[in-house]
Design a protein around this ligand. Structure first.
Ligand SMILES: [Zn+2]
Length: 208
């Protein structure tokens, strides 16, 4: 577990709680993501998983099978892809999410809906085979932009790295080899991205 994730608040089972997971009555609600927290991360350029600054380098996401297949077949497609509600994070945070629990990194998306949500049109016949080979991917982009509407919508530009997998666990070695200093908690996560939901809501207000 990357140190930045190890430093997260935990639930009763000891599982780390994401920066974008809302808390209700002192308990994290893993079933949803918080639009307020996603907005704060987007504006402050923070990792959606650990809440620490993303820095100047590329940003990372975990993408589902359909989207990974499209990127593999046509890397330039991402430049034209429609927005997605999936926020970015650090490389090691996204590798961790892919290894431990693929949905953790992309809790807004639910399987088949992903490709359509991202504005991708996957030809069903061809996609089946491709999806059979690719279960998803950990992907890096140069930059992201976002718009604030009913939800925060992200657009990613400049494909930098593409690490496909059949199963997320395949990234375990890359995670072990990851230079953890890239997200070494040189600063503490701010209180508005920890378990204080009021602080998160108040912080988001200034960006709306
Ligand atoms: Zn992170």
């Amino acid at each position: 577990m990357p140190p930045a994730i190890a430093a997260r608040p935990r639930d009763a089972r000891g599982y780390p709680v994401l920066a974008i997971t809302p808390w209700r009555g002192g308990v994290p609600d893993f079933a949803v993501t918080s639009p307020a927290r996603i907005l704060v991360c987007a504006v402050e350029r923070r990792c959606s998983i650990c809440g620490l600054p993303l820095g100047k380098g590329p940003v990372w996401r975990v993408v589902a099978a359909d989207e990974a297949a499209v990127i593999a077949a046509e890397p330039g497609h991402v430049e034209n892809a429609a927005g997605t509600v999936e926020p970015p994070g650090h490389r090691s945070c996204m590798l961790y999410a892919a290894v431990v629990c693929p949905w953790l990194a992309r809790p807004n998306a639910r399987r088949r809906l992903d490709a359509e949500g991202a504005g991708l049109h996957v030809p069903r016949g061809e996609a089946r085979g491709a999806v059979g080979e690719i279960g998803g991917a950990v992907v890096a982009f140069d930059t992201y932009e976002f718009t604030v509407g009913e939800r925060v919508e992200f657009r990613y530009r400049g494909l930098v790295d593409f690490l496909p997998h059949l199963l997320g666990e395949e990234h375990v070695q890359a995670l072990r080899d990851a230079p953890h200093r890239e997200v070494e908690p040189v600063e503490a996560c701010p209180p508005w991205l920890l378990s204080d939901e009021t602080a998160a809501q108040e912080r988001a207000l200034r960006y709306q």
